[in-house]
Design a protein around this ligand. Structure first.
Ligand SMILES: O=C(CO)[C@H](O)[C@H](O)COP(=O)(O)O
Length: 211
């Protein structure tokens, strides 16, 4: 089980500081959608250059023009690129094909997918690398989480790795670990804490113990 640090509400210098603080405890660094909106793919490039040993995920949440956007994120140094599960089949297949050419991976974000079980089976057949259930900020605000959805995809996904994101904190991590996703994505649960390093270290320890 891997730990992904999601960086959403920072600029590039702040992102670098944050990664420096916790890098020994995280496996993947996510350059979040708001960072890419504010800073462009330059954020991906600068983080990859500063931390070449870390796996960098570009959270583009691609909806269209998938092959082109995967190519651009790959050129910037992303190792993993995200596309939405609600995108057209052709877009997801195009993303996978381009990622294979570039030697990169695709994570499908299932945010907003209504027919989760059926769609997870379909995208799993397209050869994607990760399928991620995700409660976005807007639903977190009304108390939702993705644990039930994780159980659903764990049941039906045969090829891809499973992942979970959205509002995971130290106190909710044990339940998540029990469900055994391959990847746990944590943003505010680390970045919003006073002692980020200590929280990341504790999360890593809990994850290792849960394996
Ligand atoms: O993709 C995102 C928002 O759309 C976030 O990166 C993801 O939800 C993880 O952050 P947090 O743990 O703060 O919810």
């Amino acid at each position: 089980m891997q730990l992904q640090l999601a960086l959403d509400l920072v600029n590039i210098p702040e992102a670098k500081e944050l990664v420096k603080e916790v890098e020994e405890y995280v496996d993947i660094v996510e350059i979040g959608t708001p960072v890419i909106i504010n800073e462009g793919l330059r954020a991906v490039k600068e983080i990859k250059e500063a931390f070449p040993h870390l796996t960098v995920l570009a959270d583009l949440k691609i909806m269209d023009a998938a092959a082109y956007e995967v190519m651009k994120a790959s050129e910037a140094g992303a190792d993993i690129i995200t596309i939405l599960g609600v995108a057209e089949d052709m877009s997801i297949k195009g993303a996978v094909e381009e990622a294979r050419k570039q030697g990169k991976k695709i994570l499908v974000d299932m945010i907003g997918v209504k027919n989760l079980e059926e769609r997870a089976k379909e995208v799993d057949e397209f050869g994607v690398d990760y399928i991620c259930v995700h409660t976005g900020y807007d639903l977190q605000a009304v108390g939702k989480d993705s644990l039930e959805e994780l159980h659903t995809i764990k049941r039906v996904v045969k090829n891809a790795k499973t992942a979970i994101a959205g509002g995971i904190k130290l106190d909710t991590l044990p339940e998540v670990i029990k469900a055994k996703p391959d990847l746990v994505v944590v943003g505010g649960g680390i970045t919003g804490q006073k002692d980020k390093r200590a929280v990341a270290a504790e999360m890593k320890k809990m994850i290792q113990q849960g394996e």
